[in-house]
Design a protein around this ligand. Sequence first.
Ligand code: BTN
Length: 291
Amino acid sequence: MGRVTVPPAGFAVVRFDGIDSTNREVAERARTGAPAGLVVVADHQTAGRGRLGRSWSDEPGSSLLVSILLRPELEASALFVATAVVALALSDACHACAGVRPALKWPNDLLLGDRKVAGVLSEVLWPPVSGGPGPAVVVGTGCNVTGGPPPGTAGTATTLEAASGRRVERDELLDAFLAGLAPRLVQLGSRDGLPAQLGEYRRRCATLGRRVAVEWPDGRKEVGLATGLADDGRLVVTADDGSCRAVAAADVTHLHLLAPPDGRPEEPARPPRRSAGSTPPARPPRRTGGG
Ligand code: BTN
């Protein structure tokens, strides 16, 4: 059933030992009138959801698995900012608790080095539910905290402890995350809040300025330079012929330029794709391992 505590900062935290998906639980509670600020945390998920319909798997007790109900008064086109503020707050919390600050990879990944340590999934409730001025948005994040790299991630994921060499308490990470998120949400409600948060995301987004590979949902692949982030959250990618695309739903991989013996940089083959923590197969079904 879950235990309810009301911490400072206006969040009501409900804890589960195990659950299918904290995002699913928050969505269900939103449909029955839960107010903004509801936070659901679990030690383990059996059906964690990832971006682009993937699954998110975790080792029980090793990850921060948390979902938050927001009712931002924002246009649908501005909802990317919900993902952005959670990613910013989580990156700061990692720094406070582990001394390492994950980079932000567009649109929803937190990286330590080249390895994913956390992912964020924002879902807008449809059909809309009443109970607030704006749409109900569930923002969930999974962060790999303890132990070694999640199994089956083929070197694409890491944990906070593995990357920092420091012991990290998940409850401390949650407290630091919520403490950092609260003022960001308050700021979002102010006139300049949206451009301020997007501006900070742009400054801290490791994807901007990088050469990237874009894999579209239909399997097409393109390479280009990530040159901008639109206000609606789409990534602007400029191809070598100068043409631009605004990318919303696609896989984006940071490319590395290697200097071969003749001095001409070339791009390496892509590593096997997995979002963060744990699991494999390319598709279907795709798993974005979280923790
Ligand atoms: C991704 O990188 O694909 C996003 C993963 C988001 C996973 C988190 S874990 C807590 C919350 N509940 C879910 O079912 N998913 C999110």
